[in-house]
Design a binder for this molecule. Structure first.
Ligand code: ADP
Ligand code: MG
Length: 326
């Protein structure tokens, strides 16, 4: 069983950033409004995720660490319309098979938290613990028992940068949630929740830079149940482009060929002549029109109707760019 989980971990857990991704997505699924990520040595020694979400019941703690246990899919039909980010029920089990894991959580209905620890695939009995409503996950010594994989982890700085990039994306896609990132005892990012336009502008500036905000124009389009919103910034103000290109589908940052093509084509056709503008775009469509169950790390999506999605993104961007005549 632990071996099976280790194999699954090979797909889900590649480096500290993959752990942070799974854990933060769980926090978001749990309705957290505030998420703190604490790292030591680029996450290689410690990854701690604390949230103020709804928590996990005492009797569900061990289950949360068991493989293919998910509270998010009740029957198979739900796969058709996955509204939550996680749904495979294998992330925590996978992580527990390749690290030392402590999980501590408290729901609103109980006076204190309960915690379990997973060591070598064995999960302890829940023990009472201190803690506010919410969940804390500690992942220590990633790949301590898989030397071949531990060897492939990079310098602390590199692993940290992967996590910081990830958090920037998550912070853009979840403006209403506050994020804090600590590394080796220092607060590296503090992003208060953005509850209005001003707050969202502040977050955009914090993640993409003040100059991006100053030269970005907002975009807003809707048709056929789909919406596209966000910002596009003129290329001449953008230095590091790859750093400022974000596309979200239903709140999830993705890399997709259909999307990339539509965006590139629109920019090329209107004005930018091969230069790459920065953009932060949110594409929303009914969940049954997009399949997110394509890739274990969930970067990819599959649209029910690719052409329709492509045309909508392309024409919305094209029109917005042409209208403003940047
Ligand atoms: P999945 O997210 O695919 O369901 P995971 O292995 O990531 O699978 O998590 C297993 C279960 O543990 C989740 O379905 C959820 O019930 C619970 N869980 C994990 N993290 C949290 C959290 N931060 N807050 C509340 N529940 C959580
Ligand atoms: Mg999950």
């Amino acid at each position: 069983e632990n071996l099976v989980n280790q194999i699954a971990a090979g797909e889900v857990v590649e480096r500290p950033a993959s752990v942070v991704k799974e854990a933060v997505e769980n926090s978001l699924d749990a309705g957290a409004r505030s998420i703190r990520v604490t790292l030591e040595q680029g996450g290689k020694r410690l990854i701690r995720i604390e949230d103020d979400g709804k928590g996990i019941e005492r009797d569900e703690l061990a289950l949360a660490l068991a493989s293919h246990a998910t509270s998010k899919i009740v029957d198979l039909d739900d796969l058709e319309a996955v509204a939550t980010l996680g749904f495979r029920g294998e992330a925590l089990a996978s992580i527990a098979s390749v690290a030392r894991l402590d999980l501590s959580s408290r729901t609103e209905s109980v006076p204190h938290a309960w915690s379990v620890e997973a060591r070598h695939g064995v999960i302890s009995e829940p023990a009472p613990a201190a803690g506010a409503v919410g969940t804390r996950l500690d992942v220590r010594d990633l790949f301590y028992n898989v030397p071949a994989r531990r060897k492939f982890l990079r310098a602390d700085r590199t692993e940290f940068n992967h996590i910081d990039d990830l958090l920037r994306r998550l912070a853009l896609g979840n403006g209403h949630v506050g994020f804090e990132l600590q590394h080796d005892g220092r607060v590296v990012r503090a992003l208060p929740p953005a509850n209005d336009e001003h707050g969202m502008n502040r977050r955009l500036a914090a993640v993409c830079g003040d100059d991006f905000l100053a030269h970005a124009m907002p975009i807003e389009a809707a048709a056929g149940g789909m919406t596209l919103s966000g910002w596009v910034a003129e290329p001449r103000y953008n230095r590091a482009q790859a750093d400022r290109q974000f596309f979200f589908v239903n709140g999830r940052m993705i890399r997709d060929r259909v999307v990339a093509h539509a965006v590139r084509q629109a920019f090329r056709d209107v004005l930018y002549h091969g230069r790459h503008p920065g953009f932060v775009l949110f594409f929303a469509l009914p969940p049954d029109l997009v399949d997110v169950n394509v890739h274990p790390q969930k970067h990819e999506v599959r649209f029910r109707n690719q052409r329709e999605a492509h045309n909508f993104i392309y024409s919305s961007l094209h029109r917005a760019l042409a209208d403003t005549g940047v």
